[in-house]
Design a protein around this ligand. Sequence first.
Ligand code: NDP
Length: 326
Amino acid sequence: MFNALLLDKQEDRTVASIQSIDESRLGTGDVLVRVEYSTLNYKDALAITGQAPVVRTFPMVPGIDFAGIVEESTHADYQPGDAVVLNGWGAGETHWGGLAQKARVPGDHLIPLPAGITTQQAMAVGTAGYTAMLCVQALEKYGVAQDGDVLVTGANGGVGSFAVAILAKRGYRVIASTGRPEEAVRLRELGAAEIIDRTTLSKPGKPLQKERFAAAVDCVGSHTLANVCASLRYGGAVAACGLAQGMDFPATVAPFILRGVALLGVDSVYVPRARRMAAWDAIANELPVAVIEGVAATIGLSQAVEVAGQLLRGEIKGRVVVDVNR
Ligand code: NDP
């Protein structure tokens, strides 16, 4: 038996409860993992509260990521005792995810825990930090000018906080856009050189605006992403990964066809293994442990439902690690 946060559908409502579950109910997969830590991502909060159709089949254990220790394996790459990390691949959406003490998954979905970080630190980074690294790597692969400002929207969120830290560490001048200017000290500690109020970007704007940013990481979508595109300087690029303001994209083609601006889509769920490993290696090598730990607070499994609501209300800053054994 193991403890899990279980989501069920009652009439039209998603009901979440902590349950003791028999291991035989775990899905198929060639690796059984003793989960140590999971996290609460924006997507997990949507799943737990039922505010968006993240969960494809009920009952479901949410949790799009976890880190833990292999308990049983018939996969060639993994032996009992190996420390592993999982991000995405439909965990918590189409098959049972990380907000549980046990998970059975295909070994191909796992990567080894990068050297130099613990399972708790890996989940402080979580899908948010890994997505932030994918965004920065996408911008650099495209070719971002080193001499311009780089904007991060949703800067106080999980992806945003890590994007600020990674970009600053790599020497960029980072402008952090946030609805919580009272957190300016925290953002400056992460490496932001300038902080702007998110309302300057979140309303409908002109198709082409002053050329302000060499590049951007956008966690927000909607009018914000449209305004970011309109404010990129000639040849600039934005890595778009989020929809915190909305899934819509009320923009014109003007920035693309008149300024050669590039919109780079970033997905973390089905990224090929080589790019996952590259992102995690870069995180483990570049980010000081103090930054990783400073960005996160740890809660117990029983607090996950309450904190999911707070996360969607924008009351959480940084990352939430879930100790599934607490
Ligand atoms: P968080 O909830 O931690 O952060 C989201 C941030 O967005 C908030 O902290 C807030 O930042 C800002 N925000 C919230 N509501 C609004 C609004 N109405 N208008 C403008 N800004 C707003 O989420 P994550 O950092 O974990 O994820 C960020 C986004 O990226 C989410 O949409 C998530 O679904 C997506 N995502 C996508 C992935 C992918 O694979 N493409 C992977 C991971 C996440 P502030 O307080 O600074 O204003």
